[in-house]
Design a protein around this ligand. Structure first.
Ligand SMILES: *Cc1c(COP(=O)(O)O)cnc(C)c1O
Length: 502
């Protein structure tokens, strides 16, 4: 199977090239030329496998220049019970919110307690194998700009992976106390972490400037290094996310919640449109999905897009209590539009150019109608998010994080409005302990809270009688390894000196 660029179908690369390169030379994103088709009997086959078996089957259908042995190795190294707490890294938890049944897909049992682990535990293996095929003998330098979750998940994924070095840049005042501690105490011999004086955009621009600095790139090449990306535009991050939608469906069948062939709804708390796009690929492959419910926080650019057909990022940016969804440019929407228009690369290019130059674009009525037949958008502000955490826990006994709460609230309003009781899979994307302060404020209204992050974790544990993820608890006693803070324009020097290149 080959891959095309969303903005130029004449660009054709292999699976390993798509993963090694990350982004197409014309600035488009790589998409599979054909989407593999699964029949109900294929899906029935998946019900008889464990998660690793399901992942092997799905990945091998997309990565045809990988051998069976290579896929086996990637998958079995990624989804171990040591890393995910059991042999099912994406378990369902059957909950009730009032009279509404919610099948919560818990995607945060990995090493960094956010759903990014589902992809970033396997990406390093996919990437190193891809690089071996495309640029043998080179060592990969992975640069990451992060607003919190991606940085830590990438560090854990790439830590001590042969043939790679990873450097993460985060805004010095732009991440949560727990996220900062997670990154600055990172272990591993090939990792580096650096704070930037500036915001996330400055860090992101700094990384992009390094990628496109040809003098710097050739200096690295002379020293046998090659830059690569662990960003969510990489196909190698999207593909592993398709697996858990099939896996959740298989579990629902196995647990007698649905019959094979029954439709489900999916609800996804969304920022970059990556996770929900993975569910759309699953649908296009044949998974019976009825509606996609796209949940946003106050940065509701996607809600508006789904209801009006106009994407407009010219609006206020809100720093919310669900910070991993504070985003105004949902980069994976580009892939969605490509498939929705049945591969109209010229149209996608026109819209993306318009987005770059004017900050907005409008899709045709025909596409808009197709989108609203399948997708429902909704959003939830901080007050409702907190009220949802409070009610879900104090009335119905399930503790969830701020991002998951956004999805729960949007779903509840959807059911109340439409009466659609199709069985649901609702993605839970982070452990509540990653956002202890906000979660405590929601469930213990008005109480005085401690300043110290780990005292808050302790308090949340005592109040809710839930388990603190071991890797988060262990951070308390870890030594801080990384204290560098640089200006954004000093990032290239930081990279060179960290690599010992003059
Ligand atoms: C990244 C992230 C999201 C948003 O995921 P997208 O793929 O960008 O839509 C939601 N919740 C959490 C906790 C995240 O870390």
């Amino acid at each position: 199977m080959k891959y095309n660029s969303t903005t130029d179908k004449n660009i054709v690369v292999s699976a390993s090239q798509a993963i090694a390169q990350g982004i197409s030379t014309d600035g488009g994103l790589f998409v599979p030329q054909e989407i593999p088709q699964y029949t109900l009997s294929d899906i029935e086959g998946l019900t008889k496998l464990d998660y690793v078996g399901r992942a092997k089957k799905i990945l091998s259908d997309y990565l045809d220049d990988f051998t069976t042995e290579e896929i086996d190795e990637c998958v079995t190294k990624a989804y171990t019970s040591e890393k995910f707490g059991s042999n099912n890294p994406a378990p369902l938890s059957y909950q009730k919110y009032g009279d509404i049944d919610i099948n919560v897909l818990e995607l945060w049992h990995g090493p960094t307690s956010a759903f990014k682990d589902m992809a970033l535990q396997i990406l390093p293996h996919l990437l190193t194998k891809s690089l071996k095929k495309t640029s043998p003998d080179k060592e990969a330098v992975i640069l990451v700009a992060t607003s919190g979750d991606t940085g830590k998940a990438a560090l854990e994924g790439f830590k001590d992976v042969d043939g790679t070095k990873i450097m993460v840049f985060y805004p010095v005042d732009g991440v949560s106390p727990m996220q900062k501690r997670q990154m600055t105490t990172q272990e591993g011999s090939n990792v580096n972490v650096c704070a930037i004086r500036g915001n996330f955009d400055d860090a992101q621009t700094g990384v992009k400037n390094i990628f496109t600095d040809s003098a710097l790139v050739s200096k690295l090449e002379e020293n046998n290094y090659i830059f690569s990306s662990a960003n969510s535009i990489n196909w190698g991050r999207l593909l592993p996310q398709i697996v858990y939608y099939f896996s959740a469906y298989a579990e629902l069948v196995n647990d007698g919640k649905i019959k094979l062939g029954d439709k489900i709804n999916v609800v996804v708390p969304t920022g970059n449109f990556g996770n929900i796009l993975a569910s759309y690929y699953a649908f296009r492959m044949g998974l019976p999905i009825n509606k996609f419910i796209c949940a946003s926080n106050s940065n509701n650019v996607l809600t508006d897009f789904i209801s009006t057909g106009t994407y407009d990022k010219n609006r206020s940016f809100y720093a919310t209590i669900s910070p991993s969804m504070d985003i105004l440019v949902s980069s994976n929407l580009e892939r969605f539009l490509y498939h929705m228009t049945e591969k109209n690369d010229a149209k996608v290019k026109e819209w993306m150019t318009s987005l770059k130059t004017t900050g907005k674009y409008s899709v045709d009525d025909e596409i808009k109608t197709k989108i609203t037949e399948l997708f429902v958008g909704g959003f939830c502000d901080d007050e409702k998010t907190k009220a949802t955490i409070d009610e879900f826990f104090n009335k119905y006994g399930y503790l969830c994080d701020t991002h998951t709460a956004v999805a729960v609230n949007v779903y509840k309003e959807y059911v109340e409005k439409t009466g659609d009781r199709t069985p649901v899979v609702l993605d839970s994307t982070a452990s509540p302990y990653k956002f202890s302060g906000s979660v405590l404020k929601a469930i213990a209204d008005g109480e005085e809270l401690p300043d110290d992050e780990f005292e808050m974790v302790e308090l949340l544990k005592n109040k809710t009688n839930t388990a603190v993820p071991a890797p988060l608890a262990a951070l308390k006693d870890k030594e801080t390894r990384f204290t560098s803070v640089v200006n954004a324009d000093e990032m290239p020097e930081f990279v060179l000196s960290a690599l010992g290149v003059k």
